[in-house]
Design a protein around this ligand. Structure first.
Ligand code: DQA
Length: 138
């Protein structure tokens, strides 16, 4: 089982970005924990602040990997292009968010990913990623 985690803009700042919303753990630390928790899953991780790079990575792995765990961050709410990329590939995509976006500003209630995702996990902090990995294990 080979899964790619793709994180969008500003998620490189996890640990120091709005810790009251996103917690105080860096994604690198959480990723290391994920690898320990799921030793039989080949997990990779990519982050970019650039929309086109996220689309490029979705296209690159979307025909080879068993699945993608995608937190498109702010692009979730704006990017027709990322939604189209998810629709174009074969690999199932699980959309994740650290925060419960439905409890937040109204512009975060819209997602261009949800209609084309296999499922959505949000609001469980960094544990949302763990639950997403589990969802692929059946
Ligand atoms: C987020 C929620 C988005 O609304 C926000 O723009 C982010 C992070 C989350 O994981 O909770 O950057 O995707």
């Amino acid at each position: 089982m080979k899964l790619m985690i793709i994180n969008g803009p500003n998620l490189n700042l996890l640990g120091k970005r709005e810790p009251n919303v996103y917690g105080s753990t860096t994604f690198e630390d959480h990723f290391a924990q994920l690898q320990q928790k799921f030793p039989n899953v080949e997990l990779e991780y990519f982050q970019s602040n650039i929309e086109g790079e996220l689309i490029g990575k979705i296209q690159e792995v979307g025909f080879n990997y068993d699945g993608i765990i995608l937190n498109a961050a702010a692009y979730t709410h704006t990017s027709v292009g990322i939604g189209d990329a998810v629709k174009a590939i074969n690999a199932p995509v699980v959309e994740v968010h650290i925060s419960n976006t439905h409890q937040r500003e109204e512009y975060r209630h819209v997602s261009y990913i949800s209609p084309v995702a296999k499922g959505v996990i949000l609001g469980f902090g960094l544990q949302s990623y763990d639950l997403a990995v589990r969802s692929f294990l059946g």
